[in-house]
Design a protein around this ligand. Structure first.
Ligand code: FES
Length: 106
């Protein structure tokens, strides 16, 4: 298991245990992290699983694929650090990763 900390929209940090090979979204929803809605269930279609991954943490996650990049372009809070958590696969290298849940999920 890999420890991942989600900073919820209220500012509260929530550290959860995630299984490598699953997504950050699955780790969040399984552990009832506030702010991750995931309406489409991880199909890269709703944009309600947004997180910001910044600084050195970015080096621990793969670049967005074409579908994710296309979806990100249409979101109000789009920027270099914004990701769809359903498209970010958890790896062992992410131990201690901290991500911030976007307050904008609609
Ligand atoms: S859960 Fe719908 S885009 Fe991530």
């Amino acid at each position: 298991m890999v420890s991942i900390t989600f900073i919820e929209p209220s500012g509260t940090p929530r550290t959860v245990e995630a299984t490598p090979g699953t997504s950050l979204m699955e780790a969040a929803t399984t552990n009832s992290v506030a702010g991750i809605i995931a309406e489409c269930g991880g199909n890269c279609a709703c944009g309600t699983c947004r997180v910001f991954i910044s600084g050195a943490a970015k080096a621990l996650v793969a670049e967005p694929g074409d579908m994710e990049a296309a979806m990100l372009e249409f979101l109000d809070d789009a920027g270099a650090d914004l990701r769809l958590s359903c498209q970010v696969e958890v790896t062992e290298a992410m131990e201690g990763l901290e991500v911030t849940v976007s307050p904008e999920q609609r």
